[in-house]
Design a protein around this ligand. Structure first.
Ligand SMILES: Cc1cc2nc3c(=O)[nH]c(=O)nc-3n(C[C@H](O)[C@H](O)[C@H](O)COP(=O)(O)OP(=O)(O)OC[C@H]3O[C@@H](n4cnc5c(N)ncnc54)[C@H](O)[C@@H]3O)c2cc1C
Length: 332
């Protein structure tokens, strides 16, 4: 049986990959999206679904999860094939096609590829302190999926970056009480957020770290310590939220023969990589003037997809025309 061949396969279903899928559909291409996560949306869904994004054209403010939902709706207009929980592992050239093999052992055949893998397959940086692994998912969390889970609870938030400070500010109005500890006296978070934190009812302890968490079946508290004096404090808490950053790696993509600069794929002005028919867009790529933002990433993927269209169909122009002049199938 002949394999199904797609015009373009997009690796990564974050905001950039989703917009790329929409644009490829608009150009009449057969599109497939592959993502290692169980749901689409990339960082918007996995890392900060409850945070507001303020720098999307036409959206003065929008929750990340709502932005993801709209991007998914837009991407699905032309009914792309979506393969979730599949990590792209290997890439090989067979005649004039590319074959991507995934962690499920599936071989995906495609004429072109747009890599929108963001920071790569990411995992939260784990804390190696007594009790933490035992209570993970049952009182100790590495992110906030649904902030109402923490309503009325006594919370300990750990970290000094934007995520830790933003979650402290987001959660104190609904929690019973919030304590934030950080191992340094200075925060990496935005100055404005740190000032807001200082004015808020959040109890801030620095330079403190977790020694252990404890409980009997369910989390009851945490022992934290001043990392200069070693003085310990017992904090009775119902939940601990750890924001220690993420460990991200391009993983297998690094061995595909792509030109890399650190953890990023080098592209030219058409978003082409050094491999024929393989493009990259969004956080995963780099070029002079690169900004890691959604607004710029969706522009990059638009260029990548339209260029790919003009390559696989020599009669097609790169410029797609104006969508406002087109008749589109109805939104679902
Ligand atoms: C806390 C926080 C707040 C932010 N706020 C803003 C903001 O206000 N405005 C803004 O513009 N940007 C913001 N950003 C940055 C923004 O989220 C990123 O620029 C954006 O998500 C990049 O989109 P992407 O599609 O390139 O990558 P991602 O969103 O990272 O998506 C990449 C996808 O690729 C998948 N993937 C990776 N490797 C593989 C593989 N081998 N096989 C299959 N799938 C794979 C991943 O699972 C992931 O779903 C924020 C980021 C964070 C962390």
């Amino acid at each position: 049986m002949n394999p199904e061949v797609y015009d373009v396969t997009i690796i990564g279903g974050g905001p950039v990959g989703l917009f790329g899928a929409f644009y490829a559909g608009l150009r009449g291409m057969r599109v497939k999206i592959i993502d290692s996560l169980p749901e689409l949306g990339g960082q918007l869904t996995a890392l900060y679904p409850e945070k507001y994004v303020y720098d999307m054209p036409g959206f003065p403010e929008v929750l990340a999860k709502d932005l993801a939902a709209q991007l998914i709706r837009q991407a699905m207009r032309f009914k792309p094939t979506v393969c979730l929980e599949e990590r792209a592992e290997t890439l090989e050239r067979v005649d004039d096609l590319w074959v991507i093999t995934t962690s499920k052992g599936v071989r995906h055949y495609t004429r072109t590829i747009v890599i929108c893998a963001g920071a790569g397959a990411f995992t939260p940086r784990k804390l190696d302190a007594e009790g933490v692994a035992e209570f993970e998912g049952k009182g100790v969390y590495y992110g906030v999926r649904d902030k109402m889970m923490f309503a009325g609870k006594r919370l300990l938030i750990v970290g000094g970056g934007d995520s830790a400070v933003d979650w402290a500010l987001n959660l104190y109005p609904i929690a019973q009480e919030v304590t934030l500890i950080h191992r340094r006296d200075e925060f990496r978070a935005h100055e404005h957020s740190v000032q807001e934190l200082r004015r808020s009812p959040v109890r801030v302890l620095t330079p403190y770290e977790i020694r252990r968490v404890y409980g009997n079946g369910q989390l009851e508290g945490a022992i934290v310590f001043h990392n200069k004096t070693q003085e310990e404090l017992n904090l009775p808490v119902d939940a601990v939220i750890l924001n220690l950053g993420f460990v991200a790696s391009l993983g297998p993509i690094k061995s595909w023969g792509l030109e890399l600069q650190g953890n990023q794929i080098v592209v030219d002005e058409y978003m082409r990589t050094n491999l024929p028919g393989v493009y990259a867009a969004g956080d995963v790529c780099t070029h002079p003037g690169k900004l890691k933002l959604i607004a710029t990433g969706v522009g990059e993927v638009c260029t990548a997809v339209n260029h790919a269209k003009s390559v696989i169909d020599p009669n097609a122009k790169m410029f797609p025309g104006h969508s406002s002049d087109m008749q589109l199938p109805p939104l679902q």
